[in-house]
Every structure is written in structure tokens, then in C-alpha cells.
Design a protein around this ligand. Structure first.
Ligand code: NAD
Length: 282
């Protein structure tokens, strides 16, 4: 059984990026720049933003944080995004979600220039993913695909079951798996017999948001299990999969924490460097 160690893999990626950024910086005369917008004071968002900024600093990406008050108007937030779209030293714009009530996140996401949309949420980039064209990919599913590749796990011709159909994880992940020639099933809250679907899978991806939702009896012997879930419980941080009982049954599994989470942040850095290169600065 292989533990798919996202923490270690992400550290390798950051090391590779650090070396690449040093070279790019010499050529371009500046480092890649990421703008991070945090509106309000949601504690989980603050932690996510801090981790992203820390990762930027480690590899040599200049992160510029914008902490905006929860009562900011939609117009002022949109103006900030427009300003960053025009800022030549900013390659990526990240708008930390969820936004406080009263703000229209979809409108804001659509305002971010697709060329700087390093989160891959803009409809142009989602459309490109659907068409199989180059573009920014949502960080969590793209990080998962990288993790599988680094462990030489190919989904080609395999049955993949994705549990969850959110726009940031489940749906884009299903499209990326399809692009890699998996036979993909998407399960969600209205799926009739979820265990029966999951039992067919060579690869199981859980993005539900329910602690230990995927149990050992739902997974076939030797399957690969990728756990996207982050659930804060009295036992601490747990995933969507019952890791302790699954580990003796599967051929590979991601831990929580230390699996998909660090890969998500690594992918954000990869996307930011890609944007820097696309924009002719690298
Ligand atoms: P979401 O709430 O937007 O979507 C959850 C999905 O689960 C929905 O599509 C829903 O249909 C499905 N679902 C709910 N109950 C179900 C049931 N009983 N049976 C089958 N499907 C069911 O969540 P999300 O944003 O996709 O996130 C999912 C989880 O992944 C959360 O725990 C979140 O914290 C975590 N997450 C982790 C990372 C990371 O970097 N590791 C990134 C994003 C999200």
C-alpha cells in the first residue's frame, strides 16, 4: 500500500519552482507577483491565505495581500480587481472565497482577467478545460492530477468515480480525468446507490465535505483513493474517507492532512509562474 504523500510531493514542486523562479527573475528583472484578496475575517480563510502567502515567499513569488473590510461595497471590490488586472507587476489574482454575505462572488470572479485567473474559476478557463484547451486549471483537481502522475498512477482506461460535483473540485476533476482517458462517473447527493457506484471504481475521489463518508465496504480491493475532504471534528482534522479502515484494502491513498491540501497550494504557485511566463515576463 502506498501513501500518496502530498506534503512531500508539494515540497519537491516548491523546490523545483524556486530554482526556476531564480532564473526567470534574472531574465525578466522581476519576480512573479500574486495578489491575494481577502474580504472580511473568516478564520478558515485567514489560515488558507496565510498558507498561500507563506508558500509564495518560500519559492520567491512576491505576494501582495489585500485585506478588505467585510462591509466593502461590491463596486469598491470590483474596482480593486480592475486595478489589479491593469497592474503590470501582478501575474495572478486570487480572490479568497467565500465572500461575506451581500457580495456577488460570481461577478467578481468573472471580472478577473482570464490571463490572471490562477485559480482557474473564470468561465473562459472552465470552458477551455471543457474543450481540452490550455488554460488555467482549478488548483485542487490539477494538484490531484499532478500527485497521481508523480506516483506513476495512470487513470487511462480505468473506472474513476468522483463523489461531489462542486465547481471548484468535483466537476473540473471529472473533466481532467476524462481528458486523461478515464471512464468517469460523477456521484452526488441525489445519486441512487452510491456504494454500488463506488465499488466499481479503480480510482475513487471523495470531495463531499463529510467526515469518514467513504468506508472500507464501499471500496473495491486494490483501488486508489484520493481524499479531498477537510472536516474539522472533535478528533481534529479528518478527511471524507475512513483512512484507518481503508488503508489495508486499497493500493494507494492520500492522507488528511498531508495529501491533497499541500498539492492545491503548490498548483497555485505553478499557475502563477505559468502566468508570468505567458505574459512574456519569463
Ligand atoms: P461542496 O459542498 O461545494 O460540494 C459537496 C458535494 O458533495 C456536492 O456536489 C454534493 O452533491 C456532494 N454530496 C453531498 N452529500 C452527499 C451525499 N450524501 N452523497 C453523495 N454526494 C454528496 O464542497 P467542495 O467545495 O467540493 O468541497 C468538498 C470537500 O473538500 C470539503 O470538505 C472541502 O473542505 C474540501 N476541499 C479541500 C480542498 C483542499 O485543498 N484539500 C479544496 C477544496 C475543498
Amino acid at each position: 500500500m502506498t501513501i500518496l504523500n502530498g506534503k512531500e510531493t508539494a515540497a519537491q514542486i516548491r523546490q523545483e519552482l524556486k530554482e526556476e523562479i531564480l532564473q526567470l527573475k534574472n531574465q525578466a528583472g522581476r519576480a512573479p507577483g500574486l495578489a491575494v484578496i481577502l474580504v472580511g475575517d473568516d478564520p478558515a480563510s485567514q489560515v488558507y491565505v496565510r498558507n498561500k502567502e507563506k508558500a509564495c515567499a518560500e519559492v520567491g513569488i512576491v505576494s501582495r495581500g489585500f485585506r478588505l473590510p467585510a462591509d466593502i461595497s461590491q463596486a469598491d471590490l470590483e474596482n480593486k480587481i480592475r486595478e489589479l488586472n491593469d497592474d503590470q507587476e501582478i501575474d495572478g489574482i486570487l480572490l479568497q472565497l467565500p465572500l461575506p454575505e451581500g457580495l456577488d462572488s460570481q461577478r467578481c470572479l468573472e471580472l478577473i482577467s482570464p490571463e490572471k485567473d490562477v485559480d482557474g474559476f473564470h468561465p473562459v478557463n472552465v470552458g477551455k478545460l471543457t474543450l481540452g484547451l490550455d488554460g488555467f486549471r482549478s488548483c485542487t483537481p490539477a494538484g490531484i492530477m499532478t500527485l497521481l502522475k508523480r506516483y506513476d498512477l495512470s487513470v487511462q482506461g480505468k473506472k474513476a468515480v468522483v463523489i461531489g460535483r462542486s465547481n471548484i473540485v468535483g466537476k473540473p476533476l471529472a473533466l481532467m480525468l476524462l481528458q486523461e482517458n478515464a471512464t468517469v462517473t460523477i456521484c452526488h447527493s441525489r445519486t441512487k446507490d452510491l456504494p454500488a457506484e463506488v465499488r466499481q471504481a479503480d480510482f475513487v475521489f471523495a470531495a463531499v465535505g463529510r467526515a469518514k463518508f467513504v468506508t472500507a465496504d464501499m471500496v473495491k480491493d486494490g483501488a486508489v483513493v484520493v481524499d479531498v475532504g477537510i472536516n474539522r471534528t472533535e478528533q481534529g482534522l479528518v478527511g471524507d474517507c475512513d483512512f484507518d479502515n481503508l488503508k489495508d484494502k486499497v493500493s494507494a491513498i492520500t492522507p488528511v492532512p498531508g495529501g491533497v491540501g499541500p498539492m492545491t497550494i503548490a498548483q497555485l504557485l505553478v499557475n502563477t509562474v505559468q502566468s508570468f511566463k505567458n505574459r512574456g515576463k519569463g
